[in-house]
Design a protein around this ligand. Structure first.
Ligand code: AMP
Length: 398
């Protein structure tokens, strides 16, 4: 094995996703997840050579211990000698970062400064960076930002119609997220569909637990549905997406909610879960709807209607459509949601092909409409690959 591997770390508040990727082949030499960190029964689950294994951690063990155990594992599997860099997913890069960067003290300071905009995510990402710096002190560390791809948006797309000083003094604006995924699938679409980079109109729908749609013109993000935080835009698993901002004062003044209660309601108790009162998991909702569960059916109807409406709106910045991409856990697997959404977009020249729609599931990519132009296409995302490849490129430039 050659020295061509990158360790990819995606550190959440109580979890740590990791993968070691061979940048020559794209293959994952190791992948896994440390979960329930700093809680009662933390655990590392990993996959190596096709087999699944667990490592139990002690109650209260957090990111540093998880990374130390990961280092032991990597050494034990003799994967450490192949590593050339560590790539970190960082959720919010604010306006500082328009592309992936080599991590140094200035970069760490800038990520800290941006934490006010992503108080749940960035501090967790920083924990991962600090722990990895200690554990892999000989390796270059690279940060890859979820917001960076959207830094090409114009002011008319990214500013809210609120007093301008909130933007100039506090950075309040739309940033957009899932950038790594939108970038990856749109790059793939250009290749698969032979679309010219300087003349293409793509809408990409990343539909997972979080959901966002991006309008991509000539390879650049021109608008996206998420905003200052990942709460704006589409209906998601537990997030409401767009609501009337007047809801905030109604909940506070009429129902005595605190700001934290409102935040919790909109982020954790809404979306598919809030409407269905059953689950945030799309599979469960689809199964229940198929058995006649009225609120599950309603949750799917609202999810699809809002998604179709957002996709149609993005025809404005694009001036037309070459390809609509579906990706993420729901986008890659739910033929039901794709068929429903595409049926609402027939006026845009899209019509579903049922056989192709059923074939493009469970990791299979493919066009799912009867025509190829414009088309709807399923492309499995691969954010880890983008992080690994950016980290390798930056490390090799040093
Ligand atoms: P992600 O955040 O990308 O892992 O996506 C998670 C979402 O994908 C959850 O809502 C899952 O229910 C959904 N999902 C995964 N597989 C399927 C499937 N076969 N049908 C419908 N939804 C699915």
């Amino acid at each position: 094995m050659s020295s061509s591997h990158v360790l990819v770390l995606n550190c959440g508040s109580s979890s740590l996703k990791f993968a070691i990727i061979d940048i020559n082949s794209g293959a994952e030499a190791l992948s896994g997840l440390a979960e329930r960190l700093a809680e009662q029964a933390p655990l590392i689950k990993y996959k190596y050579n096709g087999a699944k294994h667990n490592i139990d951690l002690s109650a209260g063990d957090a990111h540093q211990v998880a990374i130390e155990k990961l280092v032991e594992l990597v050494k034990q599997l003799k994967l450490d000698t192949h590593l050339i860099a560590v790539g970190h997913r960082v959720v919010h890069g604010g306006e500082h970062f328009t592309k992936s960067v080599l991590i140094n003290d200035n970069v760490i300071d800038a990520i800290k400064q941006t934490s006010a905009l992503a108080p749940l995510h960035n501090p967790a990402n920083l924990l991962g960076i600090e722990a990895a710096k200690k554990a892999f002190s000989h390796l270059l560390q690279v940060a890859v930002f979820d917001t960076a791809f959207h830094q090409t948006m114009d002011k008319q797309a990214f500013l809210y119609a609120i007093p301008h000083a909130l933007y100039t003094e506090h950075g309040v604006r739309r940033y957009g997220f899932h950038g790594t995924s939108h970038y990856y699938v749109s790059t793939q679409a250009h290749k698969i569909l032979a679309l010219p980079e300087n003349n293409s109109r793509i809408i990409s729908a990343h539909l997972g637990n979080g959901c966002s749609v991006t309008a991509i013109k000539n390879g650049q993000s021109v608008d996206t549905s998420m905003g200052l935080t990942p709460l704006e835009g589409l209906v998601m698993g537990t997030r409401s997406g767009d609501v009337d901002p007047g809801l905030f004062s109604f909940l506070v003044n009429q129902l005595n909610y605190s700001a934290q209660n409102v935040d919790e309601l909109l982020n954790k108790q809404s979306g598919l879960l809030g409407i269905s009162e059953l689950s945030n998991d799309c599979r469960t909702i689809e199964e229940a709807a198929a058995e006649g569960h009225a609120q599950a059916t309603l949750a799917l109807d609202i999810f699809c209607y809002r998604l179709a409406k957002q996709i149609a709106a993005f025809i404005v910045p694009l001036g037309g459509l070459d390809a609509l991409i579906f990706t993420g856990g729901i986008g890659e697997n739910s033929d039901v949601i794709r068929a429903k959404v595409v049926s609402m977009l027939e006026f845009m020249g899209l019509s579903i092909d049922n056989d192709k729609n059923l074939a493009a599931r469970f990791g299979n990519q493919g066009i799912i409409t009867s025509q190829n132009t414009p088309c709807a296409i399923v492309i499995p995302t691969n954010e880890e690959w983008v992080i690994a490849s950016d980290a390798a490129t930056i490390a090799q430039e040093q």
